[in-house]
Design a protein. Structure first.
Length: 203
């Protein structure tokens, strides 16, 4: 069981951090752009609440996430929806054997722990995305960004980047830059991203 695993503690912190930013977001910010190309704030929330929680809960059970299945719609209270989904997710992760081999790309297998690392990383990146888009004044947990960088730098190869690929081209960032600047750049975001003028991104 993973209940006492230190990595699970990082996931709990990542979910708490993301919940703090969701709590600040206002409905009138739904159509704002985000650092995720072509995604609005609503699109990003739908992804993290309606898809990621479901898919990573399946992953924690050792199942193959149904990425092709549409995300669940946002509920009336997004924060409650996120917290309920997070509680179920953590319950499944706590009962999981993180060393159990699960299917990977190309018929390979890898320990389930890798999917936990993936979720911590994705949560950290999207928390930064959402905070940048909404102007949320929160202090982000550097340990989560550093964990995400350490894990993803072993796996994110150049062939996964570019137009039509899952990730953007890496944005060069100084090695001494803050952790979330380096995380953003590694995942193809501009660490200095600011929202364009209202309506400009839709024209």
């Amino acid at each position: 069981m993973a209940e006492t695993d230190a990595t699970l503690g990082l996931l709990e912190r990542a979910l708490t951090q993301l919940a703090a930013v969701i709590a600040i977001e206002r409905d009138d910010q739904d159509e704002l752009p985000t650092p995720c190309a072509e995604w609005s704030v609503r699109d990003l929330l739908t992804h993290v609440i309606g898809q990621d929680l479901r898919d990573f809960t399946a992953a924690a059970r050792g199942e193959t996430p149904g990425r092709a299945v549409p995300a669940a719609p946002l509920g009336a209270d997004r924060l409650v929806q996120f917290r309920v989904g997070s509680e179920e997710l953590l319950k499944v992760w706590r009962a999981a054997d993180l060393n159990r081999p699960v299917p990977g790309p190309g018929g390979s297998t890898a320990p389930l722990r890798g999917r936990l690392d993936q979720q911590i990383t994705e949560s950290a990146v999207h928390t930064w995305d959402l905070a940048q888009a909404t102007g949320a004044r929160v202090i982000l947990d550097d340990a989560l960004a550093e964990h995400g960088l350490a894990w993803s730098k072993q796996l994110l190869r150049p062939e996964y980047r570019g137009p039509g690929k899952p990730f953007g081209v890496e944005v060069s960032v100084d090695a001494a830059a803050p952790a979330y600047d380096r995380l953003a750049g590694w995942f193809g975001r501009d660490p200095g991203w600011i929202p364009p003028p209202v309506g400009a991104w839709l024209t």
